[in-house]
Design a protein around this ligand. Structure first.
Ligand code: NDP
Length: 248
């Protein structure tokens, strides 16, 4: 298990990131939750103890200055910095023929460039702590061709590549880097579409496992990765998609 310390979770206020923040706080870590609104994780049923270990910081991950300032503030929470979860992300879609360059760049700035910059910011802290764990939240779309999703698919494939390169480059410093790639996960934003109608019918046909996936499913996996002492595990993409990605 990682030494108790501070873990930074981008997009830690809602959805998957909020569930991850609470799960890591339950392990006894201090959790810095970065989001544009700087809110604490919104998770129903979260214990007061876990919430007390979470701290909200205002940060736009698309801005290098904003990330640098938020990481500096998080470092003041005390204790060693032992991990980072790059979770903040945006999903914009549209036909490739008319998808705007502006939207393309928003997707890459939020989903991909922010991962590179956050990893650069966390590096000196993890080296000072003697190593640590970086989890990048990708997507099972990283290996698929999905209509109307060129930018999103490409941005998440690049997250896998960043994960592999840093895992190799920083292994000598005791830093492990893992890409956790979810399939369809219910969050507040999509729960109506996931529970009935055409999307639900599609998911029932395509996902062999229990559906829908939940933010807590992803949080449990991230928690397990912070708990395990299988230090040989690094550089991989771990899919959590109810077996959809391997179904034929
Ligand atoms: P949500 O939209 O529910 O939450 C996004 C979180 O990121 C919020 O906390 C939001 O807070 C924050 N955020 C968004 N943009 C920025 C920004 N520019 N700077 C800082 N924080 C930001 O997303 P999900 O929980 O659904 O997704 C989380 C991650 O999981 C994403 O990377 C997504 O691509 C990935 N994923 C999701 C799947 C799903 O089915 N839900 C499937 C596969 C992958 P605020 O608005 O205050 O900034």
């Amino acid at each position: 298990m990682a030494e108790k310390g501070t873990i930074i979770v981008t997009g830690g206020s809602r959805g998957i990131g909020a569930a991850i923040a609470i799960a890591l706080a339950e392990l006894g870590h201090t959790v810095a939750c970065l989001s544009r609104r700087g809110e604490l994780p919104a998770v129903q049923g979260a214990s007061a103890e876990a919430l007390a270990r979470c701290h909200g910081f205002t940060c736009d991950v698309t801005s290098g200055d904003s990330l640098r300032d938020a990481f500096a503030e998080a470092a003041k929470l005390g204790g060693p910095i032992v991990g980072l979860v790059n979770n903040a992300g945006v999903h914009l879609e549209g036909p490739s023929t008319s998808f705007s360059r502006e939207d393309y760049e928003t997707v890459f700035a939020t989903n991909t460039t922010s991962v590179f910059m956050s990893c650069q910011h966390i590096y000196p802290h993890l080296v000072a702590s003697g190593g640590g764990l970086i989890i990048n939240i990708g997507s099972f779309f990283d290996k698929l061709g999905v209509k109307r999703n060129l930018a999103y698919c490409a941005s998440k494939a690049a997250v896998g590549a960043i994960t592999r390169c840093l895992a190799v480059e920083w292994a000598g410093k005791g830093i492990r880097v893992i890409d956790v790639a979810p399939g369809y996960i219910t969050t507040d934003l999509n729960k109506e579409a996931m529970s009935a109608g055409p999307l639900r019918e599609y998911l029932e046909k395509r996902i062999p496992g229990r559906i829908p996936g939940t933010s807590e499913d992803v949080a449990k996996l991230v928690k397990a990765l912070f708990l395990t002492d299988a230090l040989f595990l690094s550089g991989e993409t771990i899919y959590i998609d109810g077996a959809q990605g391997v179904a034929h």
